[in-house]
Design a binder for this molecule. Structure first.
Ligand code: SAM
Length: 422
């Protein structure tokens, strides 16, 4: 029984995402490292592709099985096979089907082999057409987003904008990267002149050595909005894994590092990752702290000139990179998260000096986590006034905040608000 290692890896990754709520961005690098180069690409494509089409594929499965209740491992096997049959034209149907049947045995579901085979053969014989109760359900199923989320976005952004957003969420993002404190002139030259043979491998090696850092453009805009003046002290309050803290720190020229830079987070594993990231990118001078920013911060009041609060959030702006987020989210999460965000923002407000600034950001598209949190904060803290974020003016909103959108800007969706303490 020979099964392609890429399909075995995809099955294991998707099973972990389904049962343990793990993230594809965490699992893929772990599995891909163990795969041979020829299998890596297919595993990547099958994992992210199947996730991006999950609701649609489930509707096809429902139709093919006449709504029969299906074991979760079998459903994952069927999703992977149908993704190949429907969306990948270079894979022969027999390869997708045979591997699905063999995976069924490997998953210790031998008795379901005939069922899997029959369902997939039926698909190759019949013309499957899905029916929808209306335009909203059609959009939700065809773009594989939960209907409640599509309905919420339609209420917030309108139907057309939601349709383009949902479609953009299923596009493969162009990998973004930036230079680091360790980028040498030779690397800059090579990147500018593009005289590189295997660009993917070259960039991966640079990233491993901390000479570049893979970071979406939207996230870079947040980091770049933190513009430290000479001698200003800086706290990145929710910093792990350190994408923005390392960007801010990388701007400090050697020999002129007078700014105190502190970065902290709640979870020990994430704090360790933050520390490794700082070291790898040549900014080991960043002071790392572990704390619970919701309850107490280990600093005296008014200790910092500038604070970045890149708050824990729903992440709906990053669905392109993390397709599974949409299936984990529940309606009630936005209200819960906004409570946490406001609490940390109020803590941060005590730590910033008069005349200093707080940069509040999220990678969420939801007003509950953005404008509404900011509105409540300003209502309760009259000694703060909003000022325009330091970003290209195309990203500024009418209310004086900044937003990026996957469908409009071809980058992850971020929100930025800046407050000055008077
Ligand atoms: C959006 S992520 C930060 C990403 C980071 N700024 C970057 O650019 O790499 C939010 C972070 O908040 C942290 N966090 C959640 N609750 C926290 C708390 N109570 N105190 C401190 N950090 C917390 C999470 O562990 C997570 O690392």
């Amino acid at each position: 029984m020979k099964i392609s290692p890429s399909r075995i890896a995809t099955f294991e990754i998707l099973s972990k995402i389904e049962t343990e709520k793990s993230f594809s961005s965490v699992l893929l690098p772990i599995y891909e490292e163990k795969l041979e180069a020829k299998d890596r690409g297919l595993c990547h494509e099958l994992t992210l592709g199947t996730l991006r089409k999950q609701i649609y594929l489930d509707r096809v499965i429902e139709k093919l099985t006449n709504g029969k209740k299906i074991d979760s491992a079998i459903k994952i096997i069927l999703r992977i096979a149908l993704y190949q049959l429907i969306f990948l034209d270079k894979i022969p149907a027999h390869a997708a089907i045979n591997d699905a049947v063999n995976l069924t045995q490997k998953a210790k579901k031998k008795s379901a082999k005939g069922f899997v085979n029959a369902v997939l053969r039926r698909f190759t014989r019949e013309n499957i057409e899905l029916e929808f109760s209306g335009e909203i359900e059609k959009l939700a199923v065809e773009t594989s987003h939960p209907q409640w989320l599509v309905e919420k976005w339609i209420a917030d952004f309108g139907f057309e904008e939601t349709a383009t957003l949902a479609a953009a969420n299923n596009e493969t993002p162009k990998p973004g990267f930036r230079l680091t404190a360790k980028t040498t002139d030779a690397v800059k030259d090579a990147l500018e002149n593009k005289n590189i043979k295997n660009e993917k491998a070259f960039l991966r090696e640079l990233a491993e050595n901390g000479k570049i850092y893979f970071q979406d453009e939207g996230s870079q805009i947040v980091g770049n909005a933190v513009q430290l003046k000479e001698n200003e002290s800086f706290l990145d309050i929710c910093a792990a894994p350190g994408s923005k803290a390392t960007l801010v720190a990388s701007k400090k020229e050697k020999g002129k590092r007078k700014n105190l830079i502190v970065a902290g987070d709640f979870y020990w594993q994430r704090v360790k990752h933050l520390q490794e990231n700082c070291r790898n990118q040549g900014v080991g001078f960043v002071n790392i702290v572990q704390y619970d920013a919701e309850n107490a911060l280990p600093f005296a009041d008014e200790s910092f000139d500038v604070i970045l609060l890149d708050a824990p959030c729903s992440g709906t702006g990053t669905i392109r990179h993390n397709p599974e987020i949409r299936y984990f989210l529940q309606k009630k999460d936005f209200a819960e998260l906004s409570g946490k965000q406001l609490k940390i923002l109020c803590r941060a407000s005590k730590q910033v000096k008069r005349g200093g600034r707080i940069i509040y950001s999220t990678c969420s598209l939801e007003k509950e986590e953005n404008e509404e949190v900011v509105g409540k904060f300003l209502d309760e803290n009259k000694d703060f006034r909003p000022i325009n974020p330091q970003v290209d003016e195309v990203f500024l909103t009418r209310q004086g905040f900044a937003r990026t959108f996957p469908q409009r800007d071809k980058m992850d969706g971020f929100f930025i608000a800046v407050f000055e303490k008077m």
